[in-house]
Design a protein around this ligand. Structure first.
Ligand code: PLP
Length: 265
């Protein structure tokens, strides 16, 4: 009997199915793993943005986590939207007791500009959550929010990674996709993976596709799924970048706004 590696997402629900828990579970399935979820918040959301968000009590987050970990077991964990300082601290405490790879996507603001994390939670992300990470996967807005480093070109990405690594994750994957088109050589979407010693530049052709909802969640989940399957961090990051590039190229229109990336590509 084949038993797939088990991967846990600790994140928010996106009712539109494009990002959050829904994107995470699709990615985990597509990559041959068994996805499980600890829901931190429920959003009313569609292609136009977030119309409402409700956080779950810390006790509900703790209970979901214990149910999954104590019986089923996990080979890797990914975190996404954590909403508040209290939930960030709760999740950090739960993760500190685990001995499996942890991918922290320090989700701050959605592509539509909706806050998915309270400003008052940033200190807990820096001081409690990031130290638990095997890999932290901030985009450039999150780098600026967490470290004050503003990345305007590839040359700044090393500084960004160093500033993130100062908070304690083993690896930083700085996602340069928000650099404006034309910044990268050959106009590629470039990410930097480093542990402060090794450096891996991950490049993919930039796709002219506005339907990009869920890219960040998808990348972090793919990374966690690959780690659960036994990849090293550089191998997992390369595979995750390939997965996201395919999903992004196939992103499709749904609703009147920004459609989701496609997990069936
Ligand atoms: N909604 C939820 C619940 C999320 O966790 C995230 C991202 O992590 C988003 C929305 C944002 O998705 P995007 O910025 O790709 O539109």
């Amino acid at each position: 009997m084949h038993i797939p590696p088990r991967v846990l997402t600790v994140a928010g629900s996106d009712s539109g199915g494009g990002a959050g828990i829904q994107a995470d579970l699709k990615t985990m399935l597509a990559l041959g793993t068994h996805g499980m979820s600890v829901v931190t918040a429920v959003t009313a959301q569609n292609s136009l943005g977030v119309q409402g968000a409700w956080e779950l009590p810390a006790e509900a987050v703790r209970a979901q986590f214990r149910s999954v970990v104590d019986d089923i077991g996990v080979q890797a964990v990914k975190t996404g939207m954590l909403s508040s300082a209290e939930l960030v601290e709760t999740v950090a405490e739960l993760l500190a007791g685990l001995r499996v790879p942890v991918v922290i996507d320090p989700v701050g603001v959605s592509k539509h500009g909706d806050a998915l994390l309270a400003a008052s939670a940033l200190d807990a992300v820096r001081g409690a959550l990031l130290p638990t990470a095997t890999v932290a996967t901030p985009n450039l807005d999150e780098v600026a929010q967490l470290t004050g480093v503003r990345v305007e070109g590839e040359a700044d990405m090393r500084r960004a990674a160093a500033a993130i690594l100062d908070f304690g994750p083993r690896w930083a994957l700085i996602k340069g996709g928000h650099l404006t088109a034309g910044d990268g050589p050959g106009d590629s979407a470039v990410d930097l993976l480093t542990d402060g010693t090794e450096e891996h530049w991950l490049r993919a052709p930039r796709h002219d596709n506005r339907h990009t909802h869920g890219t960040g969640c998808t990348l972090a989940s793919a990374l966690a799924a690959q780690l659960a399957k036994g990849d090293t961090v550089p191998q997992a990051a390369a595979a995750a970048k390939d997965y996201v590039t395919g999903a992004l190229a196939a992103g499709f229109r749904l609703g009147a706004g920004i459609g989701p990336v496609d997990h069936g590509w």
